[in-house]
Design a protein around this ligand. Sequence first.
Ligand SMILES: C[S@@+](CC[C@H](N)C(=O)[O-])C[C@H]1O[C@@H](n2cnc3c(N)ncnc32)[C@H](O)[C@@H]1O
Ligand SMILES: [Zn+2]
Length: 361
Amino acid sequence: MTELKRTLIETYLPVDEISKEAKKEKTGRAPTFEMHFWWTRKPLITARAAVLGSMLPADFDSQEFKKLLGLEHVKTTGKRAHNYDIHAERLEQLKLDYKKVWCKAPTIVDPFAGGGSIPFEAMRVGVDAVANDYNPLAHLIQRATIEYPMKYGKKLLNDVKDGLEWIFLETKNEMEQYYPQHDGKDVSAYIWAWSVKCPKCGLDTPLVGQWWLFKKADKNNAKKVDDNIFINPTVENQKILLEIKTGDCLIEGTCSDATGKCLNPDCGVTISRESMMYQADELPGAFQSWKDYRDYLIESSPMEEAHRERLKKRFSKQPEVDSIHRQQCRQVLLCDYENNLPVNTQAMKKEELRAKWWNVL
Ligand SMILES: C[S@@+](CC[C@H](N)C(=O)[O-])C[C@H]1O[C@@H](n2cnc3c(N)ncnc32)[C@H](O)[C@@H]1O
Ligand SMILES: [Zn+2]
């Protein structure tokens, strides 16, 4: 019977150093993390440590192990460990080390691979990987992170860029009417607030806890207080005017302890929780189904007839959100890549490109 040899992870693991670097990696974000959000995705350095540590023999040099994890790279370059690529020649030597324990180059199997950190690092340290997850989104993330870049190379990058540009332009076309420019300039942020009608004077009062936009110092720090920025609301002829001011904000918010306060200084009535709840029942959130909500949204939003018709058509094509089937997700998202159809989007005219992406949706 073959005796199993001990692996490095059974005798040595620089947990403190890996842990510190993992914390930094989570804040700095490795590129794979930007692909798509995934819950509990593990840092690449911990995945590499687990994979390498499980393949190398127990007597492997500990300093060399740290170097392979990228910890030396951090010290010499100030960059994150996950940026460290092991050179191809070194990978070939490492495969001989793996064989000392495993007889032949091992294959890493991750049956619960989630965002794919483990199979991704397995491939980076020169071994085959098999990844699985019962969640179709995780499955897609894994393929898009690990398989497609290898299979399609730079073409994939260009197609994704084109696709994203298309989504950006379509969204801009549809949405810019709701986010108009201000004094001919783009607005960097809109601030939204629920509002309730004052039961006494009828003013639509926004419900905000406070009016601060930026608060660097409190009033005791006289030097810095001018840096503070806040919204100054005033009411004229039952219309609310909002002005941005600097300095100390003495205006109270309009809601606390589940009650509201009318902004009109001539009224100032307290709006009860019951009154707010009654009005909330009239809001879209109270709809029973997504279909009721979207019909309400289309009928009640101020928009041109043509745009209304287009939205109706678009919504009618969409299945109910909850019932999007895995197969449909795959059809939509994998389209040409799945069949390996060469589509040269670079050479396509803008209209053709639009049509292609519309079909995908
Ligand atoms: C903690 S996450 C894995 C995180 C992963 N190591 C990473 O770095 O992203 C656990 C994963 O197991 C998957 N999972 C749970 N039960 C499963 C099952 N019975 N079969 C396949 N996958 C499963 C979940 O969908 C989830 O993506
Ligand atoms: Zn009022």
